[in-house]
Design a protein around this ligand. Structure first.
Ligand code: AMP
Length: 117
C-alpha cells in the first residue's frame, strides 16, 4: 500500500494522459469516466497523494474538506443539484478499487437503485 507516481490518475493530473475535464479547481480535478456505468459518470480526484480513504483521514481535515467541496462543485457544474446524484468511493479489494489513487465516482442521470449491486 503505497502511493505510485506512475498510476493512471497521477498521469492524468500531470496532463500526460488526456481527459474530458468537467471542472478543475486548485484542489481537485473532475473528468468523465472512460467507461460510464451510468448516464452521468464523473470521477473527482484530489490534487494530493492519497491512495484511499485512509490517507484522506490521516491528512489535515481542511484538505479533506477542500476535496469534498470539489465533489459538490462538480455536481453543480453538471447540473445535478435538483435531480440528485450518488457519490461512491471504492476502497480496496472487495469494493473493486482498480486505481490506487483516491477518487470519488459521481453517478447520476437516472433513478439509481438502492441498495447498490
Ligand atoms: P475504481 O474501480 O473505483 O478504482 O474505478 C476506477 C475507474 O476509473 C473506472 O470506472 C474506470 O472506468 C476509470 N478509468 C480508468 N482509466 C481511465 C481513464 N484513462 N480516464 C477516465 N476514466 C478512467
Amino acid at each position: 500500500y503505497q502511493y505510485d507516481d506512475q498510476n493512471i490518475f497521477a498521469k492524468i493530473l500531470r496532463g500526460e494522459i488526456p481527459n474530458k475535464t468537467v471542472l478543475e479547481t486548485d484542489h481537485s480535478l473532475a473528468f468523465h469516466d472512460i467507461q460510464p456505468a451510468k448516464p452521468v459518470h464523473v470521477l473527482v480526484i484530489p490534487k494530493v497523494r492519497w491512495v484511499s480513504m485512509r490517507d484522506m483521514a490521516a491528512a489535515d481535515a481542511a484538505a479533506a474538506g477542500r476535496f469534498m467541496a470539489g465533489i459538490s462543485l462538480t455536481a453543480r457544474e453538471l447540473g445535478l443539484e435538483d435531480d440528485g446524484y450518488r457519490v461512491v468511493f471504492n476502497t480496496g479489494r472487495d469494493a473493486l478499487q482498480t486505481v490506487e489513487y483516491l477518487h470519488a465516482h459521481i453517478l447520476a442521470g437516472r433513478k439509481l437503485g438502492w441498495p447498490p449491486g
